[in-house]
Design a protein around this ligand. Structure first.
Ligand code: UDX
Length: 440
C-alpha cells in the first residue's frame, strides 16, 4: 500500500521505516527541509537500535523516501498518518496547534473523489479526532475522507522491535471503509488488532501510559516503606508480580519515571479529565510519588555524606532509560543538577547521552568523562542513575581502587548487593537494606 507519515520525529520515523520494512511504499514528510535532506542521505537524528539499518535498506529498495511536501505525500497515498508533536502547555494540557495546522494543510490538498484515510498517530486528548474531522471539512467541503485514531505504544530503546512485534494494534474508527484499509496496513505485522470507536482509541493511549506510571509509582511508594522497615523491594515486587493478575513488568523501583511520554501524558490526562469535569486525583498522587522518589534518594546521599558541598560525586547514566540517547525529562539529569546546586563536584558519564546533554546545555558545571572508569577517579560516592548494560561489565575492583571512598548509591537496583559488599563497597539501593563492605 501507499502510505504517508506527516512528521518525521520519533514515532513518525520509526513507524515509517517499519511500514516500509513490511512492504508498504512510504513517504515520510517533515517541514524541516534540512532534516528531510539528511534523512534522505541516510543520516538518522536519533539513536535507536536497528533503526539505521531499516532506513538504509528501505531507502535503497525505494520503499521509503522523505519529502517536505504534504501535497506530495497526500497525493501519493491511500492512508495519511499524522505523527507531529503534541507538546505540553505550562498547565499540563496538550498543545494541539501542530495537529490543527496539519489538518488544515491536508484539507487544502485533498482532491474531490480521491478518498483518503487520515490517521492520528500522535498522542492526543479524547475527542481530537472529532476536531480534526470538523477542521478538514471546514477547509475543504468536498473532501472525501475518514479520520481514524491509531495510537502508538512504542518504547524508546526498543522502538523497532515494539513496532514490528506489537502486543496489540489499536484502531479507532467510525467507518467500515477506513477500518478495512487500516486492517490491510497492519496485516503484515500479524499482531492482535483491537477495533474501537475513535474516542475510545484516543483514551486508550492516555489510560495505558497513566496506568504504567501508576504501577511504577506504586512500587516506588512501597520502596519507601521497605527502606523504613528493612524489607527488600525486589523480593516484594517478585512476590506480588508472580500473581498473574499483577505481573512483574514495570514493578522495578527506581529514581522515578521520566522521558518524553509518561510525565507529559499523565499531566495531559489530569488536564483532560479536569476539562471534561471528571477530575482524576489519583494521578496527581502518582506525580507526587514520582517527584518524591528522587528527593528521597538525594536525602539518603546527604545522610551518608553529611554535607554535599565540595564532595566529588560520580554519576553513571544521564539518559532517562538505557539504549537511547534521549535526555529529555530525564530524572538522572535532574538529579545531577540538584547535586550541583548543593555544591557537589559532579563528574558524569553516559554511553550515548552526553552529546545531547552537552548540546542542550542540560548539565552546566558538570564534567563529562570519556569513560565510566575515568568518571569515578577520586569520587567519594558513585551513583548509578541509568541501567546501561555497559555498567555491568566494568571491573568493580578497579572502580573501588580509583574511588576515594567506596560508597555506591544504586538508583536502579542494578547491582547485586552481596556482590557489591564483597567488592568492599558500602552499597545503598532503592528500597533495599544497606549492605556494608565485607572486606577492605
Ligand atoms: C513509554 C511507554 O512504555 C510506551 O508504551 C509509550 O508509547 C511511550 O512511553 P518510554 O517512555 O520510551 O515508553 O519508556 P519506558 O520503558 O516505558 O520507561 C519510561 C520510564 O519509566 C523510564 O524513565 C524508566 O526508567 C521508568 N521505569 C520503567 C521505571 O522506573 N520502572 C519500571 O519498572 C519501568
Amino acid at each position: 500500500m501507499e502510505l504517508c507519515i506527516i512528521g518525521s520525529g520519533y514515532v513518525g520515523l520509526v513507524s515509517g521505516a517499519c511500514f516500509a520494512e513490511v512492504g508498504h511504499r512510504v513517504i515520510c514528510v517533515d517541514n524541516d527541509r534540512r532534516k528531510v535532506d539528511s534523512l534522505q542521505a541516510g543520516k538518522i537524528p536519533i539513536f535507536e537500535p536497528g533503526l539505521e539499518e531499516i532506513v538504509h535498506r528501505n531507502v535503497a529498495a525505494r520503499r521509503l523516501r522523505f519529502s517536505d511536501s504534504i501535497e506530495d505525500g497526500v497525493d501519493q497515498s491511500q492512508v495519511v498518518f499524522i505523527a507531529v508533536p503534541t507538546p505540553p502547555q505550562p498547565d499540563g494540557s496538550v498543545d494541539l496547534s501542530f495537529i490543527e495546522k496539519v489538518a488544515r494543510e491536508i484539507a487544502k490538498v485533498l482532491k474531490p473523489g480521491e478518498y483518503r484515510v487520515v490517521v492520528d498517530k500522535s498522542t492526543v486528548p479524547v475527542k481530537t479526532g472529532e476536531k480534526v474531522t470538523e477542521t478538514i471539512k471546514r477547509y475543504n467541503t468536498g473532501a472525501d475522507f475518514d479520520v481514524v485514531s491509531n495510537p502508538e505504544f512504542l518504547r524508546e530503546g526498543c522502538a523497532v522491535a515494539d513496532l514490528m512485534k506489537p502486543d496489540r494494534i489499536v484502531i479507532g474508527g467510525n467507518s467500515d471503509r477506513a477500518l478495512a484499509l487500516m486492517k490491510k496496513v497492519y496485516e503484515p505485522f500479524n499482531a492482535p488488532i483491537l477495533v474501537t470507536d475513535v474516542n475510545s482509541a484516543e483514551l486508550i493511549k492516555h489510560a495505558a501510559n497513566s496506568f504504567l506510571a501508576l504501577k511504577i509509582s506504586y512500587i516506588n511508594a512501597v520502596s519507601a516503606i521497605c527502606e523504613a522497615s528493612g524489607a527488600d523491594v525486589e523480593k516484594v515486587a517478585d512476590g506480588i508480580g508472580m500473581d498473574k493478575r499483577i505481573g512483574r513488568h514495570f514493578l522495578n523501583a527506581s529514581l522515578g519515571y521520566g522521558g518524553s511520554c509518561f510525565p507529559k501524558d499523565i499531566a495531559a490526562f489530569i488536564a483532560i479529565s479536569d476539562q471534561i469535569g471528571v477530575p482524576f486525583p489519583l494521578l496527581k498522587e502518582v506525580q507526587r510519588i514520582n517527584a518524591d522518589q528522587k528527593d528521597r534518594f538525594i536525602k539518603r546521599i546527604r545522610e551518608a555524606l553529611w554535607v554535599l558541598r565540595e564532595k566529588r560525586i560520580c554519576v553513571w547514566g544521564l539518559t532517562f532509560k538505557p539504549d537511547t540517547d534521549d535526555v529529555r525529562c530525564s530524572v538522572p539529569i535532574d538529579l545531577v543538577n540538584d547535586l550541583v546546586k548543593e555544591g557537589a563536584i559532579v563528574t558524569a558519564y553516559d554511553p550515548k547521552g552526553m552529546e545531547k546533554a552537552r548540546e542542550l546545555n542540560l548539565v552546566p558545571g558538570v564534567k563529562l568523562a570519556d569513560s565510566a572508569l575515568e568518571a569515578v577517579d577520586g569520587a567519594e560516592a558513585l551513583i548509578l542513575a541509568t541501567e546501561w548494560k555497559e555498567f555491568a561489565c566494568i571491573d568493580m575492583e578497579e572502580v573501588k581502587r580509583r574511588m576515594h571512598t567506596p560508597l555506591v548509591f544504586d538508583g536502579r537496583n542494578f547491582f547485586d548487593p552481596a556482590t557489591m559488599a564483597g567488592f568492599g563497597f558500602t552499597y545503598r539501593a532503592i528500597g533495599r537494606p544497606v549492605l556494608s563492605a565485607k572486606c577492605g
